[in-house]
Design a protein around this ligand. Structure first.
Ligand code: NCD
Ligand code: ZN
Length: 459
């Protein structure tokens, strides 16, 4: 039995920050008490902050499927270096996670290479059945993701962003009909439904070639987001489903979500650091690193998103970590694929934003406590409290970090937050009491386990 004593840090607990000793036994926090009260092998973290490990509920590992872009090894190296001790992976890997069998093989693969704990989202296709969802839930899915407007290649078993429905290999995207049909099964399972909220009808009406960033904004108007949110919220409310909106990017989308919440929808909201830190004005400098779906919009949208975080209407900040190769991203605006890496810079960018808002500790709520609740992990992760996993991040508040390509552990080096300077640095990171990162070095061991939401029976 290994007993550890973290001493000297300012510790963020569910009741706020304080000067505490934290003891850990066999990977679990056993006490959070006054200085001098704990026993165990001392880990001196004096002058630092001790925070709960980050949980990034929106990452794309690309594994299996796209090893040139990323895999669970590189993804979780970046996560560990950034203080993210749990990632929840999206199902648009290849083969897509649309069945219990696909989920189980992906879990086996992730287990073999993951440096942090991981959970898996399951895919809703327009052809998905209630039975398949039940099987996915018993295989351990954290919840279900529907990509409105994204078709499915049946031969390649791949989610594709193709609005052209003429190809016979392409299965139609899941739509409001699909969600209404599957809603009773989702309600019965009690797992969250996540949507990529851009209404395909609106996107279709505004299609255009991308020459300038203004074309991108005109092609993906905020109405696409607000309409998708209102429509899915209406279905979710009727069936009392927990609806989670991935990557909210616009003031109009937020407004639709707030109206739905006021009407009684069980709805949670996620936004991403890129929408909180960047605006259209940054495109001239960042180029296609900033191309993603939905797009980074205007200063007024950024302001509305920051304000919603402050008002606690948004409870989750996740990254939509969606790497491609730097070569793919070097293409022009029309051809470069959408997405940016982000998992490594999640925690620090949130600490910095929370500091700007006057309370840096808020970051732990956005990246750990809120995400734990979404993923059904509120009883094991997301807090520094007795009984919780000892997923701990040691942060030095006197040292700054500038996000630079050479520090990136992901395969894609250029991300949307490149160049951002934050007044914190991550010193070391512990996963269930085991050091996985310290002073710029990763431990060589892969120790990640699969997490499953509490309360779902195991098959
Ligand atoms: C994502 C990807 O590349 O997988 N890209 C993106 O721009 N967000 C797809 C997605 O999450 O919608
Ligand atoms: Zn995504």
């Amino acid at each position: 039995m290994t007993e550890l004593l973290f001493r000297g840090a300012t510790v963020y607990t569910p009741d706020g920050p304080g000067e505490f000793d934290v003891t850990v036994s066999d990977g679990v926090i056993t006490s959070v008490g006054p200085r001098g009260s704990g026993r165990g092998k001392a880990v001196d973290v004096s002058g630092n902050w001790l925070l709960p490990g980050g949980i990034d509920v929106h990452v794309h590992s690309r594994d299996p499927g796209f090893p040139d872009k990323e895999d669970f090894g590189t993804l979780t190296a970046a996560a560990a270096a950034g203080g993210v001790t749990t990632v929840v992976d999206m199902p648009n890997t290849v083969p897509a996670v649309d069945s219990a069998g696909a989920l189980e093989s992906k879990a086996a693969l992730a287990r073999s290479r993951s440096r942090v704990d991981f959970g898996l989202w399951a895919l809703i296709r327009s052809s998905s059945t209630a039975e398949q969802l039940v099987e996915l839930a018993s295989a351990g899915a954290v919840g279900f993701k529907a990509y409105l407007g994204y078709s499915f290649s049946v031969n390649r078993k791949q989610v594709l962003h193709a609005l052209d429905a003429s190809d016979p290999d392409l299965e139609a995207p899941p739509d409001y009909g699909t969600l209404t049909r599957l809603a009773p099964a989702i309600a019965e399972l009690g797992l969250p439904l996540v949507i990529h909220a851009e209404d395909p009808g609106i996107l279709h009406a505004f299609r255009r070639p991308f020459e300038t960033y203004e074309d991108v904004l005109e092609a993906r108007p905020a109405e696409a987001e607000s309409v998708a949110i209102s429509a899915t919220a209406s279905v979710a409310r009727q069936h009392d489903i927990h609806l989670h909106i991935a990557h909210v990017s616009s003031a109009l989308g937020l407004q639709a979500a707030e109206e739905a919440i006021a009407a009684g929808t069980r709805l949670t909201l996620e936004t991403c650091p890129q929408y909180l830190w960047r605006t259209e004005a940054d495109f001239a400098r960042l180029g296609t690193a900033m191309k993603m779906n939905p797009p980074v919009r205007r200063a007024s949208d950024q302001q509305a998103l920051r304000d919603a975080l402050r008002r606690e209407v948004i409870s989750v900040v996740a990254t939509d970590h969606a790497p491609h190769t730097d070569d793919e991203k070097a293409q022009d605006l029309e051809h470069a694929p959408p997405g940016t890496p982000g998992v490594q810079t999640l925690y620090l960018s949130c600490l910095e934003l929370a500091r700007h808002m006057g309370d840096p500790w808020l970051a732990a709520r956005w990246v750990s406590e809120g995400p734990a609740a979404l993923a059904g992990l509120s009883e094991s992760k997301g807090r520094i409290a007795p009984g919780y996993d000892a997923d701990l991040v040691v942060v030095d508040p006197k040292q700054s970090t500038t996000f630079s390509p050479k520090a990136m552990r992901s395969r894609q080096k250029h991300g949307a937050l490149e160049g951002l300077k934050v007044s914190f640095a991550i010193t070391s990171v512990y996963l269930r009491g085991v050091p996985i990162y310290a002073n710029g070095r990763l431990s060589t061991r892969s120790t990640g386990r699969m997490v499953r939401p509490a309360g779902v029976p195991i098959a």
